[in-house]
Design a protein around this ligand. Structure first.
Ligand SMILES: NC(=O)c1ccc[n+]([C@@H]2O[C@H](COP(=O)([O-])OP(=O)(O)OC[C@H]3O[C@@H](n4cnc5c(N)ncnc54)[C@H](OP(=O)(O)O)[C@@H]3O)[C@@H](O)[C@H]2O)c1
Length: 272
């Protein structure tokens, strides 16, 4: 596993995405992911699986402090009172004394951002949360975040070989923040991508491994692929023994980069 460093903290560059994993299958998937070597788990209140994530973490033999756990607040629970209630419920489900990274899942323009981030920051100062972040924030919203003065370390957004995030990534790097790439496999669409398969042949890797390697090889980028089987999880983890060379990177740079697959609800800000 490789780690990126922001503000003096080491974050595992590859996380395990858990959207749609439920019940005992989720518990087993999390335990298995940790056995494989994943040290970063991505969940959200909306995924309805925090209890299972907590069980999977407990069943693994890896100490809690070696794991990096992210959860996200749904946009309807961003008032100060809701945040406190939600985080206390999340901690109980997760069976943990703290959350490593707490994100706003989507911005909610009808709740003042400074109140939301201010409350999240108090939780950080109380030790219930180690780091704060946001998700699905465009640049205009990131500037609003900056104006609050609350320390935020990541923006989790859709990012993969078919979607450019150059401007946002540059903005984050300048501020010692990182980008967390969600749907890093374009929700499975990259599995049989012919250009990635060709690059993969050179390195004895699959298209999926090339897609993930491209992300985690970038400065200030982490990725959180989801996989429902042990075999896929192992393959996705097996990306730290090779490097994409300039020729590979040039080829990937030429792919169309305007393909967004996650539709955000109406309340979220527009991307362009
Ligand atoms: N912040 C947000 O708003 C937001 C939005 C979307 C996602 N996320 C996070 O990002 C995570 C990942 O995104 P995602 O789930 O949308 O999509 P993804 O990780 O890009 O792709 C997942 C799909 O790819 C398949 N897959 C994974 N590894 C594979 C492999 N080695 N070979 C073949 N197929 C493979 C999976 O198969 P299976 O069906 O077998 O699993 C699944 O169908 C989520 O789980 C969630 O944690 C966050």
């Amino acid at each position: 596993m490789n780690y990126l460093t922001v503000r003096g903290t080491h974050i595992p560059v590859l996380g395990f995405g858990t959207y749609k994993l439920r019940g005992n299958h989720c518990v087993e998937s999390v335990r298995d992911a940790i056995d494989i070597g994943y040290r970063h788990i991505d969940t959200a209140v909306m995924y309805g699986n925090e209890a299972e994530i907590g069980d999977g973490m407990q069943q693994s033999r890896v100490p809690r402090q070696d794991l990096f756990l992210t959860t996200k607040l749904w946009p309807n629970s961003l008032t100060p009172a809701s945040i406190r209630k939600t985080v206390s419920e999340s901690l109980a489900y997760l069976k943990s004394d703290y959350i490593d990274l707490l994100l706003i899942h989507w911005p909610n323009p009808s709740i003042p951002l400074e109140d939301t981030l201010g409350t999240m920051d108090q939780l950080r100062l109380e030790g219930l949360v180690r780091f704060l972040g946001v998700s699905n924030f465009n640049l205009e919203w990131m500037e609003r975040v900056e104006q609050t003065g609350v320390p935020v370390i990541t923006n989790q957004v859709e990012y993969h070989v078919l979607l450019s995030q150059d401007t946002l990534l540059g903005w984050l790097r300048q501020r010692d923040m990182f980008l967390t790439a969600y749907s890093p496999l374009a929700i499975g669409r990259l599995v049989n991508h012919s250009a990635l398969q060709e690059i993969g042949r050179k390195h004895d890797k699959t298209a999926t491994q090339i897609a993930l390697r491209w992300l985690v090889q970038q400065h200030g980028v982490a990725a959180v692929p989801k996989a429902s089987t042990a075999e896929k999880r192992r393959k996705n983890f097996d990306i730290f023994d090779f490097e994409l060379d300039p020729e590979d990177l040039e080829r990937i740079a030429l792919l169309e980069k305007d393909q967004r697959f996650i539709d955000l609800p109406g309340i979220a800000p527009k991307w362009d």
